[in-house]
Design a protein around this ligand. Structure first.
Ligand SMILES: Nc1ncnc2c1ncn2[C@@H]1O[C@H](COP(=O)(O)OP(=O)(O)O)[C@@H](O)[C@H]1O
Ligand SMILES: [Mg+2]
Length: 374
């Protein structure tokens, strides 16, 4: 998931700032934003067949037959792509039938790396004896083309309804769906749990993400001293010399990556493993799911929800769910901040455009540093 870009930067001034503030308060900003995004998406829309060129026949000829379906040689790729940014995803299957697969094509070096990481993580998990029947939630690759240009893979079509659609429904159904998601990811954490020495992993968990966010700012920027204080606080909270439970984590456990049964009671599959890692802080998956779901339901930027939850002013509709997630002995704040830090660092690694997106930075980074770090 990309961090929400929806909320107004408070420091916008002048006529433009006033107009945005009026639109925002009248709740017109979100629908107008959606309209603008769909117009832009249509203008950017691409014919994936053109982009794939000779890669599609190569991928298809390397595929094993799929039970109950005509030979993949007869399959066609839909012109209509699901994502038209740096990762293009398009349904693929027998002509006139429901899609049997998707083809995913990476168009930037960052996304090629992300797609490779996704494949590596899914393959490692599928081959991990601790996973057992949990493997049914993982994507299933039908063809891999990561070493040739353009980098692309074919994945079996994941059935189900994305959590995003469940979050638009009434609070009870949304909460039931999130609760199913928490339970399923909790099982992954339990199955792959180990105890590690914190110091061995601080570079990946904390120092790397801090360095990635710090690299946004010039020397002397106020954000740098706040990031320094945040690093000290989190180092102490996770305990430098401590042993700590760790496990495989998904790393981007958010609404578009989880597919559920129509009644929201059962998770059917989990996509997008490009941010996964074998030794992570398990609570980060649950925290990101709750923070990002609350942001989506409340139509607020993630940064503002992070501030509220860290101050224990939790999002009311999802309050009972927060009670079920792990806390550090030092309280909820440290895990909320660690989750937020890893998430924004992942976004920066995933798409170069975030670096220069001042509104995104204001809403998702500055607000947290200004309000939460003294
Ligand atoms: N195997 C799949 N089956 C069905 N839809 C898929 C599949 N893989 C991806 N998609 C669709 O494409 C979207 C983007 O793919 P994803 O791997 O999550 O990339 P990213 O979120 O990094 O752009 C998903 O949210 C989902 O709607
Ligand atoms: Mg995704």
């Amino acid at each position: 998931m990309k961090t929400e870009r929806r909320e107004m930067p408070r420091q916008l001034g002048g006529i433009a700032g006033l107009t945005i503030r009026v639109l925002y308060r009248s709740r017109l900003l979100a629908p107008l934003g959606r309209l603008a995004r769909s117009v832009l998406a249509a203008r950017r829309s691409v014919d994936i067949r053109e982009l794939l060129g000779g890669a599609l026949p190569r991928l298809i000829s390397s595929m094993q037959p799929v039970e109950g379906l005509p030979s993949p040689e007869t399959w066609v790729v839909a012109r209509e792509a699901i994502g038209v940014s740096s990762l293009v995803v398009a349904p693929l299957g027998p002509p006139g039938a429901a899609p049997a697969a998707v083809v995913k094509l990476a168009r930037s070096p960052e996304v090629v790396e992300e797609l490779r990481a996704h494949v590596r993580a899914v393959q490692a998990l599928s081959g991990d004896p601790r996973i057992g029947p949990w493997g049914r939630y993982l994507p299933d690759f039908l063809a891999l083309g990561l070493t040739s240009e353009p980098a692309a893979v074919v994945e079996r079509y994941m059935v189900g309804i994305p959590l995003t659609r469940m979050l638009r429904r009434e609070p009870d159904l949304a909460a039931r769906s999130i609760s199913a998601c928490l339970e399923v990811i909790g099982e992954l954490h339990t199955r792959t749990a180990s105890v590690v020495t914190t110091a061995d992993h601080l570079a990946a968990w904390l120092d790397g993400p801090l360095a990635a966010v710090s690299s946004l700012y010039p020397a002397g920027a106020w954000q740098l001293s706040k990031l320094g204080c945040l690093g000290d606080e989190l180092r102490q909270a996770v305990g430098i010399n401590a042993s700590t439970p760790a496990s495989w984590i998904h790393g981007d456990y958010t609404r578009d990556n989880i597919f559920l049964s129509p009644d929201g009671g059962e998770v059917l599959g989990i996509l997008d493993w490009g941010s996964a890692r074998p030794v992570g802080v398990a609570a980060v998956d649950a925290y990101l799911l709750l923070l990002s779901s609350a942001a989506y339901r409340q139509r607020r930027a993630l940064g503002h929800v992070v501030v509220d939850v860290a101050r224990e002013r939790g999002p009311s509709a999802l309050d009972p769910l927060w009670a079920s997630v792990e806390m550090l002995p030092s309280g909820r704040r440290a895990l909320v901040l660690l989750t937020w830090l890893q998430h924004v660092a992942h976004n920066l690694a995933k798409a170069a455009t975030y670096r220069d997106h001042l509104a995104w930075r204001a809403l998702n980074i500055d607000v947290v540093l200004r309000k939460l770090v003294v």
